[in-house]
Write a protein that binds this ligand. Sequence first.
Ligand SMILES: NC(=O)c1ccc[n+]([C@@H]2O[C@H](COP(=O)([O-])OP(=O)(O)OC[C@H]3O[C@@H](n4cnc5c(N)ncnc54)[C@H](OP(=O)(O)O)[C@@H]3O)[C@@H](O)[C@H]2O)c1
Length: 323
Amino acid sequence: MMNTLNWAILGTGTIASEFADTLHQSGRPVFAVASRQFERAQKFANDHHVENAYRSYDELLSNPKINVVYIATPHSNHYELMIKCLEYGKHILCEKSITVNSEQLNHVIHLAKEKQLFVIEAMTIYHMPLYEKLNNLIANGKIGKLRMIQVSFGSLRVPDSNSRFLSEELAGGALLDIGVYALSFTRFFLNKQPDEILTTAKRFKTGVDEQSEIILRNSEDEMASVILTLFAKLPKRGIITGEKAYITVDTFPRAQSATITYPDFSTEVVTAGNTDDAMVYEYDYMNSVVNGEKEDTTLQLTTDVMELMSEIRKKWGIVYPFE
Ligand SMILES: NC(=O)c1ccc[n+]([C@@H]2O[C@H](COP(=O)([O-])OP(=O)(O)OC[C@H]3O[C@@H](n4cnc5c(N)ncnc54)[C@H](OP(=O)(O)O)[C@@H]3O)[C@@H](O)[C@H]2O)c1
């Protein structure tokens, strides 16, 4: 029998609102929200059916009734907030990108183990039922031996240097904002962590990466290529190809269907789950892990992706001012 956990949200922005609304619509409660400004927390609580509003993150965290914290702030402060959550004894579901580099992530994981708390990245790809289904199909030989993966992701952002997408202080850049999806997709399907990386990036005037291409290869000769941009539209498309067929996943971060194409161009559609429930899957997964009903399999993927992103950024020579 599942213990009911009290959930809280840090931050009142776009994704925090979506999280609270989706959970409310599915009948799942959120116990508390905190903002850096009390009025914002109160308004958020009213608008999004959250039971309690707090005037600061610290005040919320000091409530012993709260078990799990969902961190929905910019990338730049995930690390600091996760350390705080762990110090206060809370389990964590943290938005992507979970930290800005591997050093931060390793420290968080170390502390979480010490405190016997769970930390999970809210990476939709790891939680959409479609991905588990595709993984099983591939393991059963549906596409034959895996050869290559190709992922594209292009957003059309306004060139606002202060936005969280482009500000250096907020750890902006295409890699941490959208590249993390492309690399999580890639790592999810590759049989081994890549050990060869080729890459080039164009910087925005703030210094962050606005556009890049990344090529990966692992010791099993599986290869992947990723293209990212914050200033042009591209389909959010992932293709996984093997010796017998290829799989196309469109709008891949929250996909509910994929198409398998065979060498004779015949196709088969695979479906599982529901795009609109992406955040419900994350919430339910976290509850199962904390309640000991499921063993987490995602943190290793998160760690591998963060290692790749750290290496890639090293190659570009892009360092955030607070690093
Ligand atoms: N899973 C997804 O589909 C998805 C989609 C979009 C974004 N995200 C991720 O979710 C996180 C938040 O993104 P978002 O688009 O929701 O951002 P956002 O709209 O800018 O909201 C971020 C919130 O964080 C709080 N905050 C704390 N420190 C801040 C600071 N120094 N500057 C600005 N805000 C600060 C603010 O709330 P208060 O001031 O009220 O505390 C703010 O409302 C990011 O990690 C992002 O990558 C995920």
